[in-house]
Design a protein around this ligand. Structure first.
Ligand code: ZN
Length: 219
């Protein structure tokens, strides 16, 4: 049995042939490579390392030469920061802030709408401020991760994720601005439109989060 890997999301498939479509990111069969081809250079590097340990003198001049023109050393400051953000999973860590606060804000708005208790919508407003502060960081780290880890692949799953993230941000801005302009919105006849925008926001955030989990855990 052969082992195949999706070059977009790194999903592993075992079988004689690659799957027609990647079950995680939706990439087609042409995006799969047989894993043997990936392991061979890694093995070679390990073997070279082992030889170098046995015979350290031989490796010394090579190392010096490599140090002179190593393109990795020329990494810019921004590239270094991006690599660090990916290494330490900045996107999934940051995304928990808005994803945790969003449902609380929407529940508070709903309770304020049905009870007419003004303080609840004020609490929701404050919660939404924290969401709007966190969102630029979440989107920024998300774009870095998408470009570096998935080469900016635009399969269906990524298109849906981008759309869901945009919808979350747009509806959050509308909701916040609307509350700022008209704090009495929940007691007006247009309250249902306002609530609908908030429900769209929470569904879109849920979809973006669900896809993120699918990409990370590959199930
Ligand atoms: Zn894939």
């Amino acid at each position: 049995m052969k082992t195949w890997q999706c070059t977009i999301c790194k999903y592993i498939h075992k079988g004689e042939f690659p799957p027609e479509k990647c079950p995680v990111c939706g990439a087609d069969a042409s995006k799969f490579i047989e894993i043997k081809a990936v392991i061979i250079p890694e093995k070679k590097a390990l073997e070279e390392k082992a030889t170098a340990t046995i015979n350290p003198k031989r490796e010394e001049p090579e190392k010096k030469e490599a140090g002179k023109q190593d393109p990795v050393i020329k990494k810019t400051g921004i590239e270094k920061i991006n690599a660090l953000l990916i290494k330490h999973h900045a996107h999934p860590v940051l995304v928990h802030t808005p994803n945790g606060i969003l449902p609380a804000a929407v529940i508070l708005l709903f309770l304020s709408w049905i009870s007419g208790y003004d303080l609840l919508s004020k609490a929701a407003f404050i919660n939404l401020i924290f969401v709007i502060i966190a969102l630029p960081l979440v989107i920024f780290t998300g774009i870095i991760e998408w470009k570096k880890k998935y080469n900016g692949a635009l399969t269906l799953i990524f298109k849906i994720k981008i759309l869901a993230a945009s919808l979350t941000t747009i509806s959050c801005v509308i909701s916040l601005v609307w509350l700022l302009i008209d704090p009495e919105i929940l007691s007006s006849p247009k309250a249902w439109v306002f609530m609908l925008i908030n429900i769209i926001m929470i569904i879109a955030a849920g979809i973006a989060g669900h896809i993120g989990g699918k990409l990370v855990f590959k199930d």
